[in-house]
Structures are given as structure tokens and as C-alpha cells.
Design a protein around this ligand. Structure first.
Ligand code: HEC
Length: 100
């Protein structure tokens, strides 16, 4: 009895975390939509890849790389400014939101 309660409580807690991450990803993405399109369907400034076609792992690599300078091409300084203040949890929330 006690054990099944724990399982249910854990599932509820995990569900809440996931819902929260999805909302956070959508909220964080608002400022990105100006350049990348509402669903990541545009080549930003005619330069970037179509980010909705990238996997969550590729997006995470790109965003972390813009932060530390290890990723990007001609416009990478612009993207560094976009992601500089994001932490790892925010980056993964964004990556899962965009890749859906
Ligand atoms: C002012 C326009 C602008 C905004 C706002 C912007 N981006 Fe970008 N983004 C670009 C450009 C331009 C590139 C290509 C940069 C380069 O040369 O590497 C890019 C590249 C990317 C890439 C890698 C795509 C590739 O070509 O490899 C990802 C992922 C990305 N942006 C996500 C985001 C996210 C997430 C946000 C919001 C936090 C955001 N961008 C905000 C313009 C923008």
C-alpha cells in the first residue's frame, strides 16, 4: 500500500516537472521566434539552419557551443548574446520545445 502510494506520488511529481519544462521552453522561445519563426521554421536572417529540423541533441550542442564559443559560423556572436544568460536546464527545455 505504502509502496504504491510512493510510485503514484513519484509519477505525479515527474509529470509536473515535464509539464513545467514544456511551459518554460515555450516561454523562453518567444524571443527566438522573431528570427527563427514561431515554430523554428525559418532560416534566421537567411543564415541559420531550419532549427525545427534539428534534433534536441543537436540544438543542445549548438546552444551550449554558442555560449562557450565552440559552435557557429559568421553570425555566432549574435547567438552568443541570445544564449549567454541561459542555464543548462533552460537550454534543454528550449531544445525539447524546438525539436517537437
Ligand atoms: C536576432 C536574430 C536571432 C535571434 C533572436 C535568435 N537567433 Fe538563433 N540564430 C540566428 C542566426 C543568424 C544563426 C546562425 C549563426 C551562425 O552563424 O552560427 C542562429 C543559429 C541558431 C542555432 C543553430 C542553427 C545552425 O545554423 O547551426 C540554434 C539552435 C538557434 N539559433 C537557436 C536559437 C534560440 C533557442 C534562440 C532564443 C533563445 C535564438 N536562436 C535567437 C539568429 C537569431
Amino acid at each position: 500500500m505504502k509502496k504504491s502510494f510512493m510510485v503514484v506520488a513519484t509519477l505525479v511529481a515527474l509529470g509536473f516537472v515535464n509539464v513545467h519544462a514544456a511551459e518554460e521552453g515555450a516561454a523562453l522561445y518567444k524571443k527566438c521566434a522573431v528570427c527563427h519563426g514561431a515554430a523554428g521554421e525559418k532560416a534566421a536572417l537567411g543564415k541559420s539552419k531550419i532549427i525545427k529540423d534539428m534534433s534536441a541533441a543537436q540544438i543542445t550542442t549548438a546552444l551550449k557551443g554558442y555560449k562557450d564559443g565552440s559552435y557557429g559560423t559568421a553570425q555566432k556572436a549574435l547567438m552568443k548574446g541570445q544564449v549567454a544568460s541561459l542555464n543548462d536546464a533552460q537550454i534543454s527545455a528550449l531544445a525539447s520545445h524546438i525539436s517537437k
